[in-house]
Design a protein around this ligand. Sequence first.
Ligand code: NAP
Ligand code: G4F
Length: 343
Amino acid sequence: MTEPRRALITGIAGQDGSYLAELLLSKGYEVHGIIRRSSSFTTGRIDHLYQEPHQEHSKLFVHFGDLADGQCLTNLVQEIQPDEIYNLAAQSHVRISFDMPLYTHDITGAGALRILEAARQLNKTKPVRVYQASSSEMFGDVLETPQTEATPFRPCSPYACAKVFAFHQTVNYREAYGLFACNGILFNHESPRRGEQFVTRKITRAAGRIREGLQEKLYLGNLEAKRDWGYAKEYVEAMWLMLQHDDPNDFVIATGETHSIREFLDIAFESVGLNWHDYVEIDPQYYRPTEVNLLLGDASKAKDILGWEPQMTFRSLAQLMAESDLQLAVNERLVRENSNTLT
Ligand code: NAP
Ligand code: G4F
């Protein structure tokens, strides 16, 4: 019997990590994930996948680790001997990166370099392949539209600067050491598992809670920004495809459409039967010192070389998230009503 392929995912408990773990398990991989120690549980997105390691057919193994700790990462990579490493862990919030620039540099930037170095030191008959979660945010104050793999970077935040650093390190490890390392330059991608501090999920969560009488207002920042929003579940397939190709390369992953925050508000609130103008207020604390006004990707290279294409439309994505969050809000209301009856 042949050994299953073994993958290591940093950031496995995040939005993308959870979808990628599902995908790889469905393909028969043995999946190892790194989570960082926290005072509360953070594995809500992967609990449904997790089986205790002592169980006979368990294929998912979760390890404590941190992108700040290079020795720990090297030890884990040596111990696990992965065929594929997906570096998805990051301080991934752009606004917060202005408050924590050095931390963001250390985790989002230098953390990627620690992973590359751990991979370089791994001596295997079949060399390891590495995926780096690069970002459309690197295009920043865009120098051309749409953005492709050839568009120069013009980063506009500590987060974007850290991702540009990680991008170039990934290319350099490929060229200098022959490491099979790919950058996926992914444009914004969302889902019902999106972190609640990102604008789409903040909106759908609020729409559901307002509809159920659990919240009165929604405070947002710049409503004029435009993003190329896709569906996270489809985007993790592109990550996997990049590591299956014969040659390592860098790919833009995007839908080729751009929409404003206002358009997302329209669909999300309409999906729960409300008009957002009655509930949304602007709070300048959500403005950024420098804003990325427009992102629009051209994923032709991924289509031609990997055969990857997005399926989910912008409207369907916003509706999917709004409906999922309405259900969450209904459950939250029922729990509150039950606890009121019991006390
Ligand atoms: P996410 O939901 O914020 O997940 C990030 C994960 O990284 C979380 O599980 C987090 O753990 C973990 N993490 C943070 N700091 C860490 C550290 N010091 N050591 C180890 N793990 C750490 O992000 P995502 O949306 O899934 O995105 C995945 C990756 O793609 C990120 O690198 C992001 O920057 C990049 N990206 C995302 C998008 C997008 O639109 N979603 C687009 C382009 C690129 P905790 O749960 O403990 O916080
Ligand atoms: O949802 P966001 O926070 O996503 P942002 O900044 O585009 O970053 C996300 O996508 C990147 C890919 O391009 C990833 F690399 C990154 O890790 C992350 O996943 O904000 C989107 C837009 C911004 O223009 C922001 O100013 O929404 C605007 N916005 C308006 N009000 C808000 C809010 N953003 C947040 N988070 N919260 C608000 O209240």
